[in-house]
Ligand binder design. Structure first.
Ligand SMILES: C[S@@+](CC[C@H](N)C(=O)[O-])C[C@H]1O[C@@H](n2cnc3c(N)ncnc32)[C@H](O)[C@@H]1O
Length: 201
């Protein structure tokens, strides 16, 4: 079994702004733009981008070493990895009403209550995702941590203006991440959420 890297970066400490990305120009010739938040080793992002050459995939990852490793390992025309914290990068680099799909797979659980503010999915990020999504865009979330799943489910239910949908085709054909592999190997159940926003701003 491969060793799990458990080093964490506190995302609240990564504050640099993104000034050099013009997504409109980069993604001009593609049918859709998708975003993978916290792509880690990039197993999902690379295979998804290769599988869908007509879609442009942006990845945001707070750990710089992961971004550099991805760039060293892959050179995928329709894929742009960005180093930074999700909310800041989205504000700076993602145009409004541009994303079709947003993926958050196995986000860090930050178990201690005082660390919950470091969790990536919160009301602010949901607002941003809604603002950056095209009408009918979808958010896909997975975790193998039941407590975190329940918290994210509550967050979405309380947020309103969105509905839970099923997208078995996506989960069965596209979904496979480094962390989903651990869950499968260790026979831990995974939880899935697929959310569609009712309207855009
Ligand atoms: C447990 S790993 C999961 C990686 C990958 N999605 C997977 O399923 O294999 C969570 C990743 O999210 C990244 N991350 C955590 N908070 C983030 C944030 N605010 N913005 C961007 N990436 C973040 C971490 O650095 C880590 O690589």
């Amino acid at each position: 079994m491969k060793k799990r890297i458990r080093t964490h970066t506190n995302p609240l400490n990564i504050r640099q702004r993104i000034t050099d990305v013009s997504l409109d120009a980069l993604a001009r010739d593609y049918l859709a733009v998708d975003l993978d938040i916290g792509f880690g080793r990039g197993r999902f992002m690379s295979s998804y981008a290769n599988r869908h050459p007509n879609r442009f995939v942006v990845g945001i990852e707070v750990r710089k070493q992961m971004v550099m490793a991805f760039k060293d390992r892959y050179s995928i025309e329709n894929c742009l990895p960005i180093w930074g914290a999700a909310a800041i990068c989205m504000e700076d680099a993602i145009p409004d009403a541009s994303l079709s799909r947003v993926f958050i797979f196995h986000p860090d659980p930050w178990f201690k209550k005082r660390h919950h503010k470091r969790r990536v999915l919160n009301d602010h990020l949901l607002n941003l995702i809604r603002e950056k999504m095209v009408p009918g865009g979808r958010l896909y979330v997975s975790t193998d941590v039941t407590e975190l799943h329940n918290d994210m489910l509550n967050l979405c239910e309380n947020y309103g203006n969105l509905e839970f949908v099923t997208d078995d085709l996506f989960w069965q054909t596209d979904y496979a991440t480094h962390w989903s592999m651990f869950a499968e190997n260790e026979q831990r159940p995974q939880h899935f959420l697929t959310v569609q926003f009712k309207e855009t701003l």
